[in-house]
Design a binder for this molecule. Structure first.
Ligand SMILES: [Zn+2]
Length: 371
C-alpha cells in the first residue's frame, strides 16, 4: 500500500478515538511525577494483585479489537512459578497490568488475551531439535544454566503465551497503528538454544509470522534494552527484509556480541540527554533509508540508573522521553508499531513494575494525541 494511504489510514484510525482525548489528557498531564512515579494515593494499595480468576472473568479472547483505547495485550499465563528470590521478576507481568489499571492509565476494556503459540509457529525461527527438547523438558543442565532457569512445564506455557502476545500485539497494531504487550522482548534466544532469561525469541517469531501472513514485508526491530539483542541479530543476519537496530551498553552482557544491522554501543553511565541525542542521531536515518512497513519496539527499562544489571544512568523521565520520542517518530511516519517490555532488574519489585509501565504511559499519550 502506498505510504500516503498508510499514513491516512493510520490517522483515520486515530481520529476514531478523538472523543477520548479530552477526558484522558487531564489525567496524562500529571501521570509521571518527576521525583517518584508511585502516586502517593496508591502506596497503601501496593499489595493488591491481579488474581488469575479475576483476570479470567474480566478479559476476553480477541477476534476484533473494539475498545477506543490503546490496545493492551496481556495474559495471566505470562507468569509461571520460579524459586523464591530468583533474579528474574516473573510477577512483573501482573504488576505492570495492576499499576496500569490502578493509575487509570488503562481500563480492562482495552486488555485482550493472546492464544498460546504452538511449536510449529516457532519453527521458522528455532530449530526443531531445540523446540522438541525445550517443549519436553529435555534440555541439558548446561543448556538450562545458560538460560538462567531450571526447566518447568510452566516455563514452556509462559513462553507460548508471551510469544503469542507479541504476535497478537503486532496483528492489532497492523490494524490500529499501535499496540502494547505487557510482556515480551526475549531477544537473547538463538535458533538452537536459550540464553539470559530468554527461552524462545518472541520478537523474531512474531516478525517471521508477520512476514508469513503477508502483513508486512520490511520490518524494523528497534531494541533499546540495555543489553544487545544478540539472538535477534543472529537470526536475521542474512535477512534483508528485517533490519535489527540495537542500542546498548557496550560493557555488558552478552560478552560476545553479534552483528546487528545497526549496533549503537554506549559508554557506561551516560544520562538522559546524551542518550536521547544519540538515538535521535540514528533512528530517523534508519526510517528514511530502510523504510520499514512495521516496527517492533523493545522498550527495556534496564538502562535505568537504579537497574541492577544496567550500567547506564537514565531516569524515569529519561525512559519516558525515549519511549515517547520513538513512538511519536513512528506515528509521524505512519508506521505501525508493537511494543514489548524487555528487561528490567531490581530487588525493589514495585518500583520495577511501575518503571515497566512507562512504555504504556508514553504509548497512551501518543494514542490520545491523535497526531
Ligand atoms: Zn536487558
Amino acid at each position: 500500500m502506498p505510504y500516503i494511504f498508510q499514513l491516512i489510514l493510520f490517522n483515520m484510525s486515530m481520529c476514531l478515538f478523538y472523543q477520548n482525548v479530552l477526558c484522558q489528557s487531564k489525567m496524562m498531564k500529571n501521570f509521571l511525577p518527576k521525583e517518584n512515579i508511585i502516586p502517593k494515593k496508591h502506596v497503601s494499595s501496593l499489595n493488591l494483585d491481579i488474581q488469575a480468576e479475576e483476570f479470567r472473568k474480566s478479559s476476553k479472547k480477541v477476534t476484533k479489537y473494539e475498545s477506543k483505547g490503546l490496545p493492551i495485550v496481556h495474559h495471566y499465563k505470562y507468569v509461571s512459578e520460579l524459586p523464591v528470590g530468583h533474579r528474574f521478576a516473573m510477577k512483573k507481568f501482573h504488576g505492570i497490568l495492576r499499576y496500569l489499571r490502578q493509575d487509570n492509565v488503562i481500563s480492562m476494556k482495552q486488555v485482550v488475551e493472546p492464544c498460546p503459540l504452538d511449536m510449529e509457529k516457532m519453527s521458522g525461527v528455532h530449530t526443531t531439535d531445540y523446540l522438541k527438547k525445550f517443549f519436553n523438558g529435555l534440555t541439558s543442565d548446561n543448556e538450562q544454566r545458560r538460560t538462567g532457569f531450571k526447566w518447568t512445564p510452566g516455563l514452556v506455557e509462559r513462553c507460548q503465551y508471551e510469544t503469542g502476545g507479541t504476535l497478537l500485539a503486532a496483528q492489532i497494531a497492523h490494524q490500529k497503528g499501535l499496540a502494547c504487550s505487557t510482556g515480551g522482548g526475549t531477544h537473547h534466544a538463538f535458533p538452537s538454544y536459550g540464553s539470559g532469561f530468554c527461552l524462545v525469541n518472541d520478537l523474531a517469531i512474531a516478525a517471521s509470522q508477520l512476514k508469513e501472513q503477508k502483513l508486512a514485508k520490511k520490518i524494523l526491530i528497534v531494541d533499546l534494552d540495555v543489553h544487545q539483542g544478540d539472538g535477534t541479530a543472529f537470526i536475521f543476519q542474512n535477512d534483508l527484509d528485517v533490519f535489527t537496530l540495537s542500542m546498548h551498553c557496550q560493557n555488558n552482557f552478552p560478552l560476545t556480541k553479534q552483528k546487528s544491522d545497526l549496533d549503537i554501543e554506549l559508554e557506561n553511565f551516560i544520562e538522559d540527554l546524551e542518550y536521547l541525542a544519540i538515538l535521535k542521531e540514528h533512528l530517523p536515518h534508519v526510517l528514511n533509508t530502510f523504510r520499514p512497513e512495521f516496527v517492533f519496539y523493545d522498550a527495556g527499562v534496564d538502562p535505568h540508573v537504579n537497574d541492577e544489571l544496567g550500567y547506564l544512568n537514565l531516569s524515569d523521565q529519561g525512559l519516558f522521553d525515549r519511549d515517547y520520542y520513538v513512538l511519536k517518530l513512528l506515528a509521524s511516519h505512519g508506521i505501525p508499531c508493537a511494543t514489548v517490555v524487555g528487561g528490567g532488574y531490581s530487588t525493589n519489585r514495585e518500583q520495577l513494575y511501575i518503571r515497566h509501565t512507562i512504555i504504556h504511559r508514553a504509548a497512551t499519550k501518543i494514542w490520545n494525541e491523535n497526531l
